[in-house]
Design a protein around this ligand. Structure first.
Ligand code: HDE
Length: 711
């Protein structure tokens, strides 16, 4: 690397990581084919043979190189979080956090620190589906001027276990069962629930895992949580406990279970495609970085232990302060080079951020480097372009597999006089571990303060809306209903009776177990509004609307709605029986985006049916179109129809559930998230109402009607 390139790489600005990567990027278009030794290749389709029908010759170095490289082009997938998707971006602080931390990237609001984020699922293999019920990983690497800082977070704020020594157990239990490798990417099997009923500390996390949080609508619409307790250290050396949060500006939104399952088949790449497309369109996802801070003296002020990773710090008690914003604005050039090879580690901290004694965090500090040594094949993976800090590296570490750096000179030890003892430690600026006082006997024991496993699970349950509660019960019915062992099912009921009596009764009813005999619950009656998705930001931007259309459509209807959708940042796509061009009543032409084979209602947030007698007549005869509407209704999505379009809804299963009076009246009617209007040319009020309904995400008022809809 020449000096000029080096300089560029080390000056910190929004683009400094990108510039560092530029050095390694290669394009192959309009280039001549060579071997890895840069020798020109004359033919890559026929191996060198002794006679046209004879055996292949060993001396065919091009054949050998091509096959050998291919034979070795897989590396082990991550033991957890194997399936992921990475994107570039930058972070900018809102204000200086100097009072609390000396971390450089949190000092100057004019500085844009480059980041790389990898979202992931935990349980499934690399090729598994995106929309499975699972925790999502949300790992961020900040390339700061003081070195790399990794915030290795999840979208759920608590964890299954309290001590890292149990991590192999929980992962073995939840992964596919070892004898037959079934099921893929799912907790719905005996070994996992066997572990749960034998491990009461999982109760709180299970409530989150079975809630809507575990089936996000988009990576762009979920929170991130550092889970473990860390420390902020300021330049006077004062420490405070801190928990990290990411808050998505689009709000927190989820799929429904039936939709998530169907998407897993129809579009296993649903989440990565959503993120890829949003970034390509310039709709950059944004997340605010939030911190909850506690003074050291407050360590014992709560009825939970602040070091216990199965507990949240309720936001109403310890507020989240939003201290900056991350914008994700760049897709990768190469999935393997960037997303697959990136290596995160909660132990990658910078001065100003330190650890706590959270026993889960302590174990994590060992595990990440250890797993990466084998996954990335040796100790030099920090030299892989995506992992390189933008700040310079100088030390006496040498050699090992895949060493790229050419370290000059004879000195690779310290102390030395030959090089003036360089590279020199810097006591003033270098990382100094917080001088926490610790004393105690060596002991394998859990602290008594970690022993309550149910109170916050009750708090979570209390905080859910009726619809969210219903989803959790249905998730129990699916997950525990998939368990074969009757004893385990019964123990699930008994265990969750400790959380809430009604919950346990309802679980029992769906899984064929006996309702609990003892009264349930913890006595906790409070709730935390921050936990319910019902209280999140409602924003229609980037939502996708399917427009069902055939020849003979009313152009006036569709053009007005499409314009309004575009003006509000929503996406519209025409769906029809066949791809190609459709013609309106007055000859206007529109291109079909998808047919019923290449898409489905589950890939949209809303459905619109414009008027046009002929178009509607054709649609009425299409089972696919009616199914599309029924399914969208069942999944609680916004549905809109104008003029003759209303007749199509009256032909669907919605009729009788949510269409009272629609066939006779002309004015705008909204019922259960279905909006209609007839006999009008100006449908501006309709468009506004339609968008307003879409911004509400889903209409749970239909919750009890969904059984009536055949879809
Ligand atoms: Fe991880 N975790 N983890 N984890 N984790 C890994 O590291 C581990 C935990 C998280 O996109 C592994 O490089 C232990 C909590 C994310 O590359 C491994 C324990 C949280 C990712 C590992 C935990 C996480 C990982 C596997 C309990 C949320 C994906 C591959 C003591 C705060 C990062 C790898 C990426 C990955 C160990 C628990 C988040 C094996 C031992 C809690 C987002 O080292």
């Amino acid at each position: 690397m020449d000096k000029e390139k080096q300089q560029q790489q080390f000056s910190l600005h929004e683009n400094s990581k990108n510039e560092g990567l530029e050095f390694f990027r290669v394009s192959h278009g309009e280039k001549l084919l060579t071997t890895n030794q840069a020798v020109g290749v004359s033919n890559t389709d026929d191996s060198l043979k002794a006679g046209v029908r004879g055996p292949t010759l060993m001396e065919d170095f091009h054949f050998r190189e091509k096959l050998t490289h291919f034979d070795h082009e897989r590396i082990p997938e991550r033991v957890v979080h194997a399936r992921g998707f990475g994107v570039h971006g930058y972070f900018q602080a809102y204000e200086s956090m100097n009072e609390f931390t000396k971390a450089k990237f949190l000092q100057d609001p004019t500085v844009k620190t480059p980041v790389f984020v990898r979202f992931s699922t935990v349980v499934g293999s690399r090729g598994s589906a995106d929309t499975v019920r699972d925790v999502r990983g949300f790992a961020t690497k900040f390339y700061t001027e003081d070195g790399n800082y990794d915030l290795v977070a999840n979208n759920i704020p608590v964890f299954f276990i309290q001590d890292a020594i149990k991590f192999p157990d929980v992962v073995h239990a939840i992964k596919p069962e070892p004898h037959n490798e079934i099921p893929q990417a799912s907790a719905a099997h005996d070994t996992f629930w066997d572990f749960v009923v034998n491990t009461p500390e999982t109760a709180h996390m299970i409530m989150w895992l079975l809630s809507d949080r575990a089936i996000p609508r988009s990576f762009r619409m979920m929170e991130g949580f550092g889970v473990n307790t860390f420390r902020f250290i300021n330049d006077q050396g004062k420490a405070r406990f801190v928990k990290f949060h990411w808050k998505p500006l689009l709000g927190i939104h989820s799929l429904v279970w039936d939709e998530a399952q169907k998407l897993a088949g129809k579009d296993p790449d649903y989440h990565r495609r959503d993120l890829w497309e949003a970034i390509n369109m310039g709709e950059y996802p944004e997340y605010e970085l939030g911190v909850q801070m506690l003074e050291e003296e407050e360590e014992f002020s709560f009825d939970f232990d602040i070091l216990d990773p199965t507990k949240i710090w309720p936001e109403e008690i310890i507020p989240v302060r939003r201290i900056g914003k991350m914008t994700l604005n760049g897709n990768v050039d190469n999935f393997f080079a960037e997303t697959e090879q990136v290596a995160f580690h909660p132990g990658h901290v910078v001065p100003g951020i330190d650890f706590s004694n959270d026993p889960l965090l302590q174990g994590r500090l060992f595990s990440y480097l250890d797993t990466q040594l084998i996954r990335l094949g040796g100790p030099n993976f920090h030299e892989i372009p995506i992992n390189r800090p933008v700040a310079p590296i100088h030390n006496n570490q040498r050699d090992g597999y895949h060493r790229m750096t050419i370290d000059r000179g004879s000195v690779s030890y310290s102390p030395n006089t030959l090089q003036g003892n360089a590279p020199l430690p810097t006591p003033e600026n270098g990382y100094v571990h917080y001088t926490e006082k610790v004393e105690g006997q060596k002991i394998r024991q859990r602290s008594d303060s970690f022993m309550d496993h149910y109170k916050q699970a009750t708090l979570f349950w209390n905080s859910m809306s009726n619809a969210e509660k219903q989803h959790i019960i249905e998730a129990f019915h699916f997950e525990v209903g998939s368990v074969m062992d009757k004893g385990i099912k019964q123990r699930v009921v008994d265990m969750f009776n400790n959380v809430d009596g009604q919950l346990a009764i309802q679980i029992a009813a769906g899984v064929g177990a006996t309702p609990p005999s003892a009264p349930g619950g913890t006595g906790v009656t409070t709730s935390s509004p921050a936990l319910s998705q019902e209280n999140t930001v409602m924003n229609p931007r980037t939502r996708k609307v399917a427009i069902l259309l055939e020849n003979g459509f009313n152009y006036q209807d569709i053009s007005q709605v499409m314009e309004a959708l575009k003006a509000n940042g929503l996406q519209a796509e025409i769906v029809s029986k066949n791809l190609g061009i459709l013609t309106g009543i007055e000859g206007q032409q529109l291109e079909v985006g998808k047919n019923y084979l290449t898409t489905a209602s589950i890939k949209y947030d809303a459905v619109y049916i414009p008027g046009g007698q002929q178009s509607i007549k054709t649609l009425m005869l299409q089972g696919d179109a009616l199914h599309f509407i029924n399914e969208a209704f069942k999944h609680a999505k916004t549905i809109g129809a104008t003029n003759e379009g209303v007749d199509l809804l009256l032909n669907s299963a919605i009729q009788g559930v949510a269409m009272a009076g629609t066939d006779t009246q002309d004015q705008l009617i909204t019922e259960m998230g279905v909006v209609t209007i007839r006999n009008v040319t100006d449908i501006n009020t309709f468009s506004q109402e339609f968008i307003n309904l879409i911004s509400q995400h889903r209409h749970w008022i239909r919750q009890n009607k969904k059984q009536m809809i055949p879809a």
